[in-house]
Design a protein around this ligand. Structure first.
Ligand SMILES: NC(=O)c1ccc[n+]([C@@H]2O[C@H](COP(=O)([O-])OP(=O)(O)OC[C@H]3O[C@@H](n4cnc5c(N)ncnc54)[C@H](OP(=O)(O)O)[C@@H]3O)[C@@H](O)[C@H]2O)c1
Length: 230
């Protein structure tokens, strides 16, 4: 069975992705900041020998490097850069938090780039060769007309450009790289009024990943298989 590595798996979409890929028999490397507190994730790992939990704070590039060392030589079919932060309460014109902006860029923008660098050989040696970056429709410049959430939106717009660059850099190794909008989903980030359940969103994302190939490279997809404007 194929192998997936997922960041930010102790809750939300990452946790659901672990649940679904594990149930399908994939080998799952489930990363989270604090495995000791990851009750739901540890329960899944306890029931599924194909799930391994790893400690990973994506803002700490030394821990990214250590994880890569420990998985050296292992094929990873799908690298799912899921971990993300919202950026806090102060993110509008004349009410902004630049320290939070920097931290958000490190997690949402720079970390997927670093993850792709250190795991490129693992992905290149796999069968499926896919790098996915969790983005958001809020990063679409064409679609943007509501204002606010400056930190979150710029960090995700920037990671879309990271994805575009990687789609060129990694293409010669046969790797497909794309961004995906998971929909508006009922998680801690999405809130209770979001229309989609994590189960529905992740089921759709898995279908998009399963169908990914050269024609998907460099594209901005939605969870249900459509393409978003930049
Ligand atoms: N939910 C939505 O409606 C929606 C819409 C569009 C895009 N997205 C994107 O989808 C992804 C998952 O969102 P979600 O709704 O599942 O969010 P969530 O419920 O807030 O979960 C975020 C996950 O990211 C992890 N994380 C944050 N900072 C991290 C770090 N430095 N290192 C490692 N892990 C870190 C969190 O771990 P901790 O528990 O340790 O903080 C948590 O596991 C995010 O990239 C988000 O931007 C979500």
């Amino acid at each position: 069975m194929p192998t997936i590595l997922i960041t930010g798996t102790n809750r939300g979409l990452g946790l659901e992705a672990v649940r679904q890929y594990a149930a399908d028999g994939w080998t799952v490397h489930a990363c989270c900041r604090n495995p000791d507190d990851a009750t739901d994730l540890n329960a899944i790992a306890g029931d599924n020998a194909n799930v391994t939990v790893h400690r990973l704070d994506v803002a700490d590039f030394a821990t990214i490097d250590r994880l890569a060392d420990s998985l050296n030589g292992e094929a990873i079919d799908v690298l799912l850069n899921n971990a993300g932060v919202y950026g806090g309460d102060r993110q509008e014109f004349m009410n902004d938090d630049f320290a939070a902006w920097s931290k958000t860029f490190r997690v949402n923008t720079m970390a997927p780039h670093r993850m792709s660098e250190v795991f490129v050989d693992n992905v290149a040696s796999s069968g499926q060769k896919v790098v996915v970056i969790m983005s958001t429709i809020m990063a679409s410049m064409t679609g943007e007309n509501s204002g606010k959430l400056h930190i979150y939106r710029t960090s995700k717009a920037a990671v879309n450009m990271v994805m575009r660059l990687l789609s060129v850099d990694l293409a010669e190794r046969g790797i497909t790289t794309f961004s995906i909008h998971p929909g508006w989903v009922r998680t801690d980030m999405g809130g209770t009024t979001a229309p989609l359940s994590p189960e529905e969103s992740v089921a759709g994302i898995r279908q998009v990943i399963a169908g990914a190939g050269p024609e998907t490279n460099g594209r901005f997809m939605t969870w249900d298989g459509n393409e978003l404007p930049w």
